[in-house]
Design a protein around this ligand. Sequence first.
Ligand code: IVH
Length: 672
Amino acid sequence: MSADVFQRAAELREQLHYHIYRYNVLSDPVISDAEYDALYNELRELEAAHPELITPDSPTQRAGSDLSEDFPKVRHPAPILSLSNGYSLDDIRAWEERNLRLLASGTTLDYTLEPKLDGLTVVLTYEKGVLVQGATRGSGEIGDVVTPNIRTIRNIPLRIPAHRDGPPAPALLVVRGEVMYLKKDFERVNQRQIEQGLPVYVNARNTASGSLKQKDSRITASRPLTGFFYGIVESVGITLDKQWDILEYLRDMGFQIGPDSAYYPTLSDIIQQIPTWESHRNQLDFEIDGVVIKVNDLRVARELGIVGKDPRGAIAYKFPAQESTTRLLEAVVSVGRTGRIIPNARLEPVFIGGVTVSNATLHNYDIVQALDIRVGDVVTVRRMGDVIPNVAGPIINLRDGSEIPIKPPTHCPFCGTAIVRPEGAVDYFCPNVYCPERVYRQVEFFVSRAALDIEGMGGQTVKTLIDKGLIRDEADIFSLTAEQLLELDGFAEKKVNNLLASIDAAKSRPLARVITALGVDGVGSTVAVALANHFGSLEALANAAVEELQETTNVGAILAQGIYTWFRDPYHLGVLEKLKNAGLTMQAEAREKVSSALEGLTFVLTGTLPTLSRDQAAEMIQENGGKVTSTVSKKTSYVLMGDSPGSKAEKAAKLGVPIISEDDLKHLLGLA
Ligand code: IVH
């Protein structure tokens, strides 16, 4: 073993001790969980290769503790164990192989698959059906007693069974679960902070921890926490020897279990499910950082034993981290097609979840101020699914005093016009409709696939046309001539002819596309189809009163007012007039209503459909005379459900509304 390895292990131990202290004692971590995991795993691997490196105080030799001085203590009836982690499907396969080698030959294993909820562990004790104690995990052996705080969590039963149909209450039941914020509740908490001019919370898990460890339970009561349960630590009067039976038992008792927890007979079934969990994690109502795979037979799981603090009978498959920390180098301003001004961060490049991130949105200036994000800060950056990465917040403890606060600009950086903030708006705007950046963004959108789909007109071409003064707005595209285009760099005859042909083709796009292309704030393709169907012509739409607009499917009061105002703006009317003169579709054609097959039927969409996007499905329904609404009621004819549906599917089941698939919809339309 080289001195380097020895040195590195010592370094890792020291860093980990520091981060454990920041996380558990100060509740104020300075690195992301993923960065912590990387350090921890590096140390564990070094120790596995050189066991002589293991020191008694190595962080790998004990579970972290989050005990605080504020609460009475309790010894848990059994150690509150942790989980080992796997990061690849190979790790999961190797885990099963290792287990099978430890068991009698011929043993087969079945499993449960549960979400790995990113909350904090709680241990609840029910005596004769009454909640008598709630404790945190603490050191794993000893926990903080936070019973009054636990009692404020509305989905935790104070008495079990929580309803009459449940199994009888056992003499003693000690359950284990996670307490956390649902995403929407965390947003609400932050909304309230903003309204009160208080700092915004960055990390849901730490905030949940802080909320649970309040000395005054009235504060906890004002925080909308949720508890999910997955294990029995101890019981008297019941025997359950399968993990799946435990989950069903907990559910029947009235506990909320990890949504979509399921039983699978083999590991291959589990492995098939993992990509779906991973790709849908951002659509869930709650944060997960992976899934947990558990040997279903608890007798076998016990036989497998424990390594350190991790039972061999379960493993966490951790998803790639979606956040990391890096330095904010510069704040830059972008101006959208409606003039909205958005602050963006240029970052020191950082690798997150498989891609290098060097730009991220800073949301808006209210949030920048509430989070106190400054240029030069080390910031937490998150990447959630396909959405643009965002700066979640600064790590204030790493400041050296040289950081510079970020202020909204007073003038548009592209055209120099003084910027405005309309009453009640969260954003600032460049009010200049001729602002080259606004025009660029609007034209780029106008020609995009979602709108008029003009092929051969990429962002660079649009920029050149604006720079050369050939177009001042999107309508000018239709007056471009071959001579003008031939003068541009890289435009030979063939390219020019193709571009002119696609510009010409765009004139006969359906009315709904034209409405989308106008770029009215809040009018996407679904609303545009509804408006085209409702009004039948651009003229009728332009002249519609607010009340009439509001009668359209998916158009609420605020959007109706926005559309009304848009069509009263002289600049927009000028563009419309030019578009009309250019010969663009101004009337709905018969083909926009493909059939009346769905006349009188109302649909609600939920989940991810196998081939259609939600907008396409909505368009298809509306083209065939059906209506699409967003809430399930008794009046709903069908709920069209895809993968990972939300609560709408449950509501439909409750109300007896039939649930159909994309295939069923196509059958209804005679397409399949
Ligand atoms: S089982 C002996 N199941 O993840 C079994 N844990 O990284 C140990 N967690 O300490 C725990 N969701 O706090 C289990 N469905 C789930 C879980 C889960 C989240 C937490 C738990 C554990 C940590 C390990």
